[in-house]
Design a protein around this ligand. Sequence first.
Ligand code: KG4
Ligand code: ZN
Length: 339
Amino acid sequence: MLCLGIETSCDETAAAVVRDGREALSDVVSTQMDIHRRWGGVVPELASRNHVLQVMPVIDEALTRAQVTLAQLDGLAVTSGPGLQGALLVGLQVAKAISMATGLPLVGVNHLEGHLLAIRLTPDAPEPPFLGLCVSGGHTTLYEVQGYGEYTRLGTTRDDAAGEAFDKVARLLGLPYPGGLPIDTLAQTGDPTAIAFPRALKSHEVLDWSFSGLKTAVLVHVQKHGVPTGQALNDLCASFQEAVADALTRKLILGAKKVGARTLVLCGGVAANSRLRALALERGQDSGFEVHLPPKRLCTDNGAMIAVAGFEALRRGVRADLTLMADPTWRLGGTGARG
Ligand code: KG4
Ligand code: ZN
């Protein structure tokens, strides 16, 4: 079964053709990063306008690279939330138009479900059940993935998302947007023990995180000592990154033990972070878990992950019609009995 996935929820216009929910025949991503960088963050109206310009060329390119025509597809998947309303609408309108013109079955995909299932595109990919830590610019949530379409939220951030913390701290340090990769790069030669930044919500009772205190601690440090340069900047980046990776992996392992999971999966843009990846592997394997990390390219937003989630939904018989709407605050899964 060939499924076309379309993603326009934030600042990447992406489309991909995926076979049987496992193999990406193409995966085209057009990023708007350069457009938003000068504003220090994503400007929703600019995002929508650029999706309008990019969406058709990106879909054409995805079909061309996969060497398939619309007539050879079996299904269409489009991100319908969460995300920016105007940005989501662009992908939705195009997907609905293609569905109407071709008669292809259509399904609306939750962006976070796409992130969680991106791991399916890797060799030796795990099948559910697994525990998925979704860490991106807008979300930091721990999910129990019981099966396709069956998700329970075990814990989440009470304030900033981990990626948001990276982006805000980078801005404070005068580093470019988005801040995750620049901090990761500088941290390579920094000392993670140089500054003792706080870890919030350390209690074993909660699986939630909080990153706003950490962000404030960086601000206070910068107010006191000025914006660091050279080795001091690298040390600050490494210490901040260590605090985030430490907090994320502690709760990941705690959650896995609480629900008796055996397999751990990382996903979302922050899952590209080198220290988080190393610590998740180290702590996960030390505790006897199987740890799966998608390649960095599949951590950030892409159309292939949407096609995977769409394939699984279509297989379950889920169908959307032309009334499908954007749901900017669509929550994935319930909190279940575990709360
Ligand atoms: O999943 P994603 O591409 O978009 C959202 O759905 O938000 O994630 C983007 C986020 C940004 O906050 C970016 O700074 C962060 O992922 N990010 C990283 C790294 N690469 C991207 N954060 C830490 N380390 C990285 N290497
Ligand atoms: Zn994302």
